[in-house]
Design a protein around this ligand. Structure first.
Ligand code: MIC
Ligand code: SF4
Length: 643
């Protein structure tokens, strides 16, 4: 029986386990990436492991998320990351060099290799045929130390692309169509492989837009074959030697398939407040627009920016619209500066931001109260823009640029001839903003500013786990709800005690206080709990508040792994109706927690207040079971090292 493309890469990197969907496997990691807002924690954890030098083929630390520097905190974190990476053999991409996923694709991605990144959009690398997976910082730290990455062997989904996109329809519309069909939880436990004749019509940056936003499906990752377009992209980056041709075997077997006729899709938008709330731009109609933001790791490539520049040429941004543009990398920005496109954008009235995440993570450019904001980004969760009442729509660069001129959400097909931009034969490759690590790190001093606080460590699992239900939330709670990240909070990513005071506050402002008053307790939630970001702060802040278990209908992949790494019990209701019965403030008890976890079956949770009990599933591998008993991954590693 033939193999799918990702099964081939997994097979080449397999360290343990058998490749049956649903069972635990571990794979060797070739490359890692971190960014600054998850990176400080990842490097603190790496240091705690006591390993001198990274053991990967290439590890890169990016500074891209937290670049406003409204106080000393950001700059402290940057310096810490710069020095700790210099010491331990990690390349450092300086602030200004660009968004991690964009730069990794341009400069370091290699087809057929594995990439683990402490950011949920790491699957962008699938656009170049990498098996690129997002994970919590601790898992990335372990991979940097040479440890394997453990995951559940995913099911395989093939998306057959047929036909060719019509003018004005973009790669963004393809992934919006996939989201419309599969939903934000439709990809959990799956890898999405793109195949079919339509693949040849897409360049690597277009493919990367699609694999990037596969994160919004909850998928483990997404991947395209590596073909002549991949070779052309690598050659244009001056890296043709990194090319290898890769594709699935013709007789590969998939668990699910869907077909998208590219010629049949229209410009679309994901409406507030979920990336899967997708409709055709035409169906939504010409709503008035207050802000347009173009950029992010989804849509900030050179070609995206050139299309925007061509649309803006000779025009003026509508008087009621604020247009901001953040080119994805120094490479893109340099190219736009050299060919005059930057001047075109500025002349039209665009406000140019540095090459970084910026407004995508709420670092500035929060729209006005009740604003309609069109963004080429990948997430429109409520409040993520920094303005709770804002209505954020996710669109292609084409829809964004045209609407910035008209002042209303506009189907660009009414705007005349579509801009055509070919991939250049040569990108401007200059890696002078990437600092190579010291050959001998022993003399490098790591600089730690006062913002860097120790991270919380759990205790070994106690005999009895007991606590009150401190909060009961619904479906699709995101990590932006659990650990909000806006311009005020992002500077504190290395200060968990401070961040914990804001844990789950978008759902209930009193949650942190209640948790503290009760000495911790239990969180109850609906399905797909913890979707979105890889931030392990969404597990560390609850840990800081004494949360012992999270009891939900189902979990998102990375968040569940982060809870396990922190030693917090991730339980799911066996009977979903029990979710309805459970009440805020109910006293829950898990007796003989150690015995129940060791036994490996369902865990019985008693509701003392109501005199009932619930059967809950604790889906752990043997290794995760040991981690849970030890009180999380770091305690487990220490225990193994001391044996
Ligand atoms: C995001 O897009 O939500 C982030 C910010 O990039 C996160 C990482 C973080 O929270 O630092 C992600 O996607 O993992
Ligand atoms: Fe940065 Fe936004 Fe991409 Fe996250 S989704 S890495 S915040 S650009």
């Amino acid at each position: 029986m033939g193999l799918t493309l990702s099964q081939k890469i997994i097979k080449d990197h397999l360290v343990s386990g058998d490749m049956t969907a649903g069972s635990e496997i571990s794979i060797r990691i070739d490359q890692t990436l971190t960014q600054d807002s998850t990176g400080t924690m990842a490097y603190l954890q790496f240091e705690a492991m006591g390993i001198d030098r990274v053991k990967t083929k290439k590890s890169v630390a990016y500074i891209d998320h937290n670049t406003i520097q409204a106080g000393f905190e950001n700059a402290d974190d940057h310096k810490y990351i710069q020095t700790v990476t210099n010491k331990h053999g990690i390349y450092f991409s300086r602030p200004g060099n660009g968004i991690c996923h964009q730069v990794q694709l341009e400069r370091f991605g290699v087809p057929g290799m594995t990439l683990l990144g402490s950011d949920s959009h790491t699957p962008t690398g699938g656009g170049i045929g990498m098996l690129a997976i997002g994970a919590g910082g601790l898992d990335v730290a372990v991979a940097m130390g040479g440890g394997a990455y453990y995951l559940t062997m995913p099911k395989m989904v093939r998306v057959n692309l047929t036909g060719k996109l019509s003018p004005w329809v973009a790669a963004k519309d393809i992934i919006l169509e996939v989201l419309r069909r599969m939903s934000v939880k439709g990809g959990v436990g799956k890898i999405i492989e793109y195949a079919g004749d339509g693949v040849k019509t897409l360049t690597v940056p277009e493919r990367a837009t699609i694999t990037n936003m596969g994160a919004e499906l909850g998928a483990t990752t997404s991947i395209f074959p590596s073909d002549e377009n991949t070779r052309a992209f690598l050659a244009a980056q001056g890296r043709e030697q990194d090319f290898v041709a890769l594709s699935a075997d013709p007789d590969a077997v998939y668990d699910e398939e869907l077909t998208i006729d590219l010629s049949a899709i229209a410009p679309m938008a994901a409406q507030p407040h979920s990336p899967d709330n997708v409709a055709d731009v035409n169906e939504i109609g010409p709503i008035k627009v207050d802000q347009v933001a173009i950029g992010s790791c989804t849509n900030s490539s050179f070609m995206d920016m050139m299309k925007v520049a061509k649309i803006l040429e000779g025009k003026t941004v509508h008087p009621d619209v604020s247009l901001v543009i953040a080119p994805g990398s120094k490479q893109v920005l340099t190219h736009l500066a050299e060919n005059g496109a930057l001047a075109t954008m500025v002349a039209a009235g665009a406000r140019i931001l540095e090459s970084a995440c910026g407004p995508c993570i709420g670092m500035g450019q929060s729209p006005k109260t009740d604003a309609v904001s069109l963004r080429t980004f990948n997430r429109n969760f409520e409040g993520r823009s920094g303005t709770v009442s804002a209505q954020v729509y996710l669109v292609s660069p084409e829809v964004a640029a045209v609407s910035a001129i008209t002042g209303v959400l506009t189907d660009p097909r009414t705007f005349g001839e579509a801009p055509v931009v070919d991939m250049p034969e040569h990108f401007i490759a200059n890696d002078n903003m990437v600092i190579a690590p010291a050959e001998d790190g022993s003399k490098v001093e790591v600089v730690r500013g006062p913002n860097i606080k120790p991270f919380p460590l759990n205790d070994a699992l106690p005999e009895t786990v007991a606590g009150k239900v401190l909060i009961k939330v619904g479906d699709n709670i995101t990590t932006d709800h659990i650990m909000p990240s806006n311009a005020k909070l992002l500077p504190f990513r290395s200060n968990i005690p401070y961040l914990a005071e804001f844990c789950l506050t978008p759902c209930d402002p009193d949650f942190p206080k209640r948790a503290q008053e009760n000495g911790g307790g239990i969180i109850v939630g609906g399905s797909n709990y913890g979707q979105g970001s890889s931030r392990e702060h969404a597990a560390l802040a609850p840990l800081q508040l004494g949360i012992k278990a999270v009891l939900v209908k189902s979990f998102a992949r990375i968040h569940m792994a982060n809870l396990i790494n922190s030693g917090i019990l991730p339980l799911t209701f066996v009977n979903e109706a029990d979710y309805d019965a459970i009440g805020m403030g109910d006293e829950l008890v898990i007796q003989d927690a150690i015995g129940q976890v060791k036994a490996g079956g369902d865990v019985i949770v008693k509701n003392i207040t109501q005199g009932t009990e619930y059967r809950t599933a604790l889906t752990l591998s043997d290794r995760q079971r040991e981690m849970m008993l030890a009180g999380g991954q770091i305690n487990y590693i220490k225990k193994m090292n001391n044996r």
